[in-house]
Write a protein that binds this ligand. Structure first.
Ligand code: HEM
Length: 797
């Protein structure tokens, strides 16, 4: 505090150090030095005292909470007075160093002193989950951030809000609720149609201009949030929303990385941030609020326009009175969609392209799955997600492998003193997740630098336990978890699935056949990092797929037509003047004016303006300011040319699309004629086959008729023969009967003559014999008559 005062004194009161009549300058200086030394001494005492508390012995259950070696071991390098560990920080990407330190100290948490402030880096997934998730009630506030909040996005910005007091918590909740209404899990399902269309346009753009893949991704990500926010899409990568916002985000991301230089040193000496920009080069021009005005102007313009009543900005204006939203808050709520949503999403897609080039073997299973489930005649749709488990795992691996928010976005701050495994985490201190270390721990992710989607397949031997069901911590934690997570996850899935389905993404080949290697470690230095520019080859996987991409791309553009619009330029003055003036922005000021402040004052085409000259004179002492102005003027001129170029580009694009359209129609008709010809040929050959079949069947019928006739004749012949046989049998039988009859009669006659000729001879014997023979003759005669009746023909009756 003392040092603060000293710097404040030196800063604000530069006049005070000038000698005044009667003052002894030497005494002044000596007094100041003495005071400063005393300040340094007291402050260093405070630092050491606090540091000693970082290893606490007031642990209720220290036996099970930490290894004995942890006790007494400082969880970070020893700080120096005033500068802390600042000068030990590496020039770039300090997260690697923090990871090394956590390994060196075998500690999940380490402490680095940025100047006089301890910052605690959580380098372990389980510790991050224990603190940020399980103790979310304590760890959901933000620390004081000079660069990011006070000089940057503003303290009233939802990203930076404190939640220490009930009033702050109530304000933060109101903003969170609005964000949920805009981009919460439920809300983003409504955006699937246009998000899918924008992703189809990306595929279409990759087909026509693959070399510009970075621009396509930036346009896509910005357009999606622009439709959500303002109900209008971003058609060209020259749109100021892209050029300005993404560039601003890169600057902000670079400035907010802990480093040994300014502006991060203002975090430890806040007084330095109060110097006017003109004499404070260490501020890098921060704190001008231009961004806020720009976003408010955009919001007011979109809010005043007809249509798209469900856009986020209209919801915000509808609730602004009830929620007592000020201009800054409205600007930040809409601006956050762009600030937090466009650079992050596009950088993630660039990382995906790098992974495709560096690890081509991981693409084969994805292609197999996509060919099996989707085929070439349509691209993946939302409903396919569950049928494409490998693609889903690949998207998760993209989120893990090189997570865009590599230090977990903004720091958290506990709202009270807390202890974790013996370490004190002081109230209000800066505690931040080192996502790099968390996602590169061998225990959870073996061979962590290898891009390996199988880690996210449950039955794979490469999968390991990890806190939380998602398996990664890319979107932060607890109550401060990224508000746009659902939107980013669904958009990243659909775009990656479509690119995998449609394209062969690989390293570029030189004319001599050698490949241009890619470097998986060549990333930018920002807190949202992305691969440094690299070349790659992006070609459609087949001609049929190429056709589908074109067809779907054009269909998507037609569907997106309803969101057509453009960021207003100078001549298109903001419509809602009342809102603008109530916001303290002069009426008639264009949105564009907040991007390039001096444009309206330009008097002639050569760029030399009166205002410019005056400003040069006024600020002769501030070379930086003048250069800055020159930059702005040049930027405006370039931007004009770029606009013209973009318009020509758009015209050319439309013309190419028309020609493509005609070409496609021609191909379509030719295809239809071909299909019809094929149908006719097929039908006539079927007819021929049927006729031949019929003829064959007729011949068969004829043949079977002949057979039947022959069989009938044979039957007749057999019947006649049978009759003849029967006749023969009957006559033979008649003959037999007649013979027998003759014999019977003969025997009767002889019997009767014997009896007549020998009367009285052995009468009894003869009598009985005679009677027997007589009876036998009668029986034989009876039988004979029966047989005769049997043989008799009916007509012979
Ligand atoms: C790949 C894309 C994205 C990544 C990796 C990402 C990552 C993050 C991270 C790490 C945080 C800090 C969380 C914490 O403090 O614990 C965050 C906060 C935030 N993000 Fe995202 N983000 C992404 C996309 C988006 C999108 C698309 C939006 C909006 C449309 C968005 C809006 C926000 C907001 C408003 C916050 C602040 C939350 C708060 O402080 O309570 N983000 N994001």
């Amino acid at each position: 505090m003392l040092l603060d005062k000293l710097f404040e004194y030196l800063g604000n009161g530069s006049a005070a150090i000038l000698p005044k009549p009667g003052n002894n300058l030497a005494n002044y200086v000596a007094g100041a030095i003495l005071l400063a030394l005393l300040g340094v001494f007291v402050d260093y005492g405070r630092m050491l005292w606090l540091r000693s508390k970082l290893v606490s012995y007031e642990i209720p259950n220290w036996i099970d909470c930490c290894k004995p070696t942890d006790l007494g071991k400082p969880p970070g390098p020893r700080p120096w007075p005033i500068v802390g560990n600042t000068f030990m920080l590496p020039d770039t990407k300090p997260w690697f160093w923090f990871e090394e330190l956590s390994k060196k100290y075998d500690a999940q948490l380490i402490t680095i002193w940025i100047g006089r402030n301890p910052t605690i880096w959580v380098c372990d997934a389980w510790a991050a989950s224990d603190l940020f998730e399980k103790k979310a009630g304590i760890y959901s506030s933000r620390p004081r951030m000079i660069v990011f909040a006070e000089l940057g996005a503003g303290q009233s910005n939802f990203l930076n809000m404190y939640t220490t007091t009930p009033a702050q918590r109530e304000r933060w909740r109101a903003h969170r609720k609005l964000m949920h209404q805009g981009v919460g899990v439920q809300a983003v399902r409504r955006y699937r149609a246009f998000q899918n269309d924008e992703s189809r346009v990306v595929a279409y753009d990759l087909l026509t201009r693959p070399g510009d893949y970075v621009k396509h991704f930036e346009r896509y990500a910005t357009s999606v949030v622009s439709i959500i926010g303002f109900g209008r899409r971003v058609e060209s990568s020259q749109d100021p929303i892209i050029t300005e916002v993404i560039a601003a985000m890169h600057v902000a991301a670079d400035l907010n990385v802990p480093g040994k230089t300014f502006p991060m040193l203002m975090e430890t000496f806040p007084a330095l941030s109060r110097f006017p920009n003109a004499i404070a080069p260490w501020k890098h021009g921060l704190g001008r609020k231009r961004g806020r005005n720009f976003f408010y102007a955009l919001a007011a313009e979109a809010g005043a326009q007809e249509g798209h009543e469900d856009s986020f900005v209209k919801q915000i204006f509808a609730q602004s009175e009830k929620q007592r939203l000020g201009v800054e808050e409205i600007a930040s709520l809409t601006g956050n969609l762009f600030g937090a949503g466009s650079d992050t999403s596009s950088s993630t897609l660039i990382t995906f392209i790098l992974a495709c080039c560096a690890f081509p073997e991981t693409l084969e299973p994805a292609w197999e799955e996509l060919d099996r489930v989707i085929g070439p005649y349509r691209s993946p749709a939302w409903e396919d997600e569950e049928s494409l488990p490998y693609v889903k795992a690949l998207v998760k691996e993209v989120f893990r492998w090189r997570s865009v928010a590599i230090i977990g976005g903004q720091p958290h701050a506990p709202t009270q003193d807390d202890y974790y495994k013996g370490w004190l985490i002081p109230k209000g201190s800066w505690i931040q997740g080192n996502v790099w270390a968390i996602h590169h721990n061998e225990r959870e992710f073996p061979d962590p630098d290898r891009f390996n989607p199988k880690r996210f397949l449950a039955d794979s031997p490469d999968s390991r336990p990890f806190p939380g069901e998602r398996g990664y911590m890319t979107f932060g934690w607890g109550r401060r978890v990224c508000s746009g997570q659902a939107l980013a996850e669904q958009g990243t899935w659909i775009t990656i699935a479509r690119i995998l389905w449609g394209f062969r993404v690989e390293k570029t080949k030189r004319p001599d056949g050698t490949v241009v290697e890619v470097d998986i470690n060549d990333y930018t230095n920002g807190l949202n990092w992305r691969p440094q520019p690299f070349t790659c080859s992006i070609t459609p996987r087949s001609a049929e797929i190429g056709k589908t991409i074109r067809r779907e791309g054009r269909q998507a553009l037609e569907e997106l037509e309803q969101y057509r619009g453009e960021t207003k330029c100078e001549e298109q003055v903001c419509a809602d003047r009342q809102i603008i003036s109530s916001a303290g922005i002069p009426t008639g000021t264009s949105v564009r004016a907040y991007l390039i402040p001096q444009k309206r004052k330009r008097s002639n085409g050569d760029g030399a303006t009166n205002d410019h000259e005056q400003r040069r004179k006024r600020s002769a002492a501030s070379l930086e300011s003048a250069t800055e102005f020159d930059d702005a003027a040049n930027k405006w001129r370039i931007s004009d040319l770029e606009e013209q170029l973009a318009a020509k580009d758009a015209q050319l694009h439309r013309r190419i699309a028309e020609i493509d359209d005609l070409h496609d129609k021609q191909i379509k008709y030719q295809l239809q004629i071909q299909i019809r010809d094929e149908n006719i040929a097929k039908q006539s050959s079927e007819l021929k086959a049927m006729t031949a079949k019929n003829q064959l069947q007729a011949a068969r019928i004829q043949q079977s008729d002949t057979t039947i006739n022959q069989q009938a004749a044979e039957l007749e012949r057999r019947a006649a023969k049978h009759e003849q046989n029967e006749e023969l049998q009957r006559s033979l039988l008649k003959q037999d009967i007649l013979n027998e009859l003759g014999q019977t009669i003969a025997s009767a006659l002889s019997t009767w003559s014997v009896a007549d000729n020998n009367p009285g001879q052995q009468p009894n014997q003869s009598q009985s014999d005679f009677l027997t023979q007589d009876r036998q003759i009668k029986e034989r005669l009876d039988k004979f008559w029966r047989q005769c009746r049997f043989l008799k023909e009916p007509d012979e009756e």
